[in-house]
Write a protein that binds this ligand. Structure first.
Ligand code: TXA
Ligand code: MG
Length: 331
């Protein structure tokens, strides 16, 4: 993956915008985030407005590393510290009991806060130069596909005066491609709230204990809404054999397809776009959102994705595809 060298003057400018309460889209290893000064309530409110996100959905606070635990959280458990040591900086968000410093607007009024130390060199440079912590959800309109390039952000949110944000830092395509794994370590038992590239098995190995799946009892978190990560065009995920049959039949409906190469070879000539699905889970995840963005703008009437394999490595990809599908099935 090509991460361009850090542009020091762009980082300086970003820190300046953040200090004056503005909004900066920046690359992280997972997806692009829309960042605001976590200590500035007005800036965080602007962030919700730019995304069109309901005020009661908490945002993740991005920090420099495990030293920030005791600034932003209290009663930090041994589990939390062990996970921070094992996976930070990296694509893992830890939900902890919030410290007094954390604003209500950041947590949506909940008594917990999500903390993450991103690994992307550009995000780390902004954090270092800015010197504080950054509230940052994914830099997309609420409910839409997350951005993995600067262009995705520009196309969706846009830059002022015509768009909604002050600055976009272009640090290349995101190397992980899907949002961080979220683990709630605020209670007695660590609980997985959102699957990501760090798997439940990896978390359990680092902790030497079970990490339970949240199920329906999870606190409100937009990543857990059924309708989420949706392209504008209706999308269906179909088993490979069904897809092969669909592709063999002539039809008036223009399709755009994401499927393994072996299936694409059976594609009708009139598909709007066909993208070959990688067979490794990490490659698939990296390309998932950019593929959805491409399929969505191909002019197709319907997007069809061959169901990926199942198993722990594929949990995060299958989770995002399931939500992308639910999001458009009835609209
Ligand atoms: O990889 C990521 O996590 C990206 C990059 C930018 O860091 N960020 C991201 O943010 O995906 P967002 O806001 O799009 O998704 C964060 C999820 C939301 O579903 C939010 O509700 C949940 O984390 N969340 C944040 N704080 C929480 C808390 N205290 N308790 C439970 N869920 C929380
Ligand atoms: Mg998001």
């Amino acid at each position: 993956m090509n991460t361009p060298p850090i542009d020091a003057s762009a980082i300086e400018r970003a820190a300046e915008v953040l200090r004056s309460g503005g909004l900066v889209a920046l690359p992280t290893e997972t997806v692009y985030g829309l960042a605001a000064d976590a200590d500035n309530e007005d800036a965080v409110r602007k962030l919700f407005a730019a995304k069109g996100r309901p005020a009661d959905h908490p945002v993740i606070v991005h920090v420099d590393g495990t030293d920030a635990f005791d600034t932003w959280a209290k009663d930090v458990s041994d589990d939390a510290r062990a996970l921070g040591r094992a996976f930070w900086p990296g694509p893992l968000t830890l939900v902890l009991t919030r410290a007094a410093r954390v604003r209500d607007v950041v947590t949506g009024g909940q008594d917990t806060v999500g903390l993450r130390a991103p690994a992307h060199p550009w995000a780390r440079a902004v954090l270092r130069v800015f010197g504080g912590a950054l509230a940052a959800p994914s830099a997309n309109s609420f409910g839409r596909v997350s951005p993995t390039t600067a262009q995705h952000v520009i196309d969706d949110l846009g830059i002022k005066p015509r768009g909604r944000i002050d600055l976009v830092l272009d640090g290349g395509a995101c190397p992980v491609g899907i949002e961080s794994t979220i683990v709630d370590v605020s209670g007695a038992k660590p609980t997985l709230l959102r699957p990501g590239s760090i798997t439940r098995e990896q978390l359990q190995r680092a902790l030497g204990r079970e990490v339970t799946d949240a199920g329906a009892a999870a606190p409100r978190a937009s990543g857990r809404l059924e309708k989420h990560y949706s392209p504008h065009t209706p999308l269906s995920v179909v088993p490979a054999d069904e897809l092969a049959a669909q592709l063999a039949k002539p039809s008036n409906e223009r399709l755009a397809v994401l499927a393994p190469l072996s299936l694409l070879e059976k594609c009708r000539a009139d598909v709007a776009l066909a993208i070959a699905a990688p067979d490794r889970a990490d490659d698939y995840a990296r390309l998932l959102y950019s593929s959805l963005h491409r399929l969505d703008t191909s002019g197709a009437a319907r997007l069809v994705v061959a169901a990926p394999p199942t198993g722990p490595q594929w949990d995060a990809v299958n989770d995002r595809l399931r939500r992308a599908q639910v999001g458009t099935a009835n609209t």
